[in-house]
Design a protein around this ligand. Structure first.
Ligand SMILES: [Zn+2]
Length: 216
């Protein structure tokens, strides 16, 4: 039985960073469906060409095709002991399809829980330099001089993606889509909630402990 972990969490929860750390600590490959997509399209694989057909026609790529890409990747020997899934499943239909393909293997979901008020703060602190594109963050990398880029002295501005309105909308979409996925794994006893508002090291320690416990 292999150790299949799913990482759930809203934008701004620190999922990407934690995924990389967890993957290294558990020696499980980090499989991101976004990366798989780019890879298959870039290399023009048979699966990539099928996906391109849908995209060119302005259609959504069907879940089954995404799952085909996923299982093509995890059939490699480095995934024999398991893997860490990032960016999938995003909907209940995808979760159900994934369960079906996994058969007897039960995926386990780690759910990063962070209040929207905190997430909005994290998502809206980015300031971009008009001149060189350098990015400062109010919390993690504030500029030495307010409103000016440390690298070139250019003016900093806030991209529309980084405004409160857009951040709130992204979070609302996340909750609508992914709450049912959380419930899907919760009902089956396959979900672990981590308080994602803690310091990143504490979040990581909690995730790691749980991920190790149930490993087969
Ligand atoms: Zn600059």
């Amino acid at each position: 039985m292999s150790n299949v972990l799913i990482l759930l969490g809203p934008p701004g929860a620190g999922k990407g960073t934690q995924a990389v750390r967890l993957s290294a600590a558990l020696s499980l490959p980090h499989v991101s469906t976004g990366d798989l997509f780019r890879e298959n399209l870039g290399k023009g694989t048979a699966l990539g060409q099928r996906a391109k057909g849908f995209m060119d026609a302005g259609q959504l790529v069907p879940d089954e095709l995404v799952i085909d890409m996923l299982f093509d990747r995890v059939s490699h020997s480095d995934c024999g002991a398991g893997y860490l899934l990032d960016g999938f499943p995003r909907t209940v239909a995808q979760a159900v399809a994934l369960d079906a393909r996994l058969g007897a293997t039960k995926a386990r979901a780690i759910n990063l829980v962070v209040a929207d008020s905190i997430l909005v703060g994290r998502l809206t602190g980015r300031w971009t330099c008009k001149q060189c594109g350098n990015i400062h963050h109010e919390r993690t990398s504030p500029p030495a001089k307010r409103g000016l880029c440390d690298k070139c002295g250019g003016q900093l501005f806030q991209r529309s993606d980084d405004t409160v309105e857009v951040a709130s909308k992204r979070l609302a979409v996340y909750h609508t889509q992914t709450k049912p996925v959380e419930d899907h794994y919760g009902k089956r006893g396959q979900r672990f909630d981590v308080d994602g508002s803690q310091a990143p090291d504490q979040v990581f320690a909690a995730m790691l402990q749980w991920a190790k416990q149930g490993a087969h």
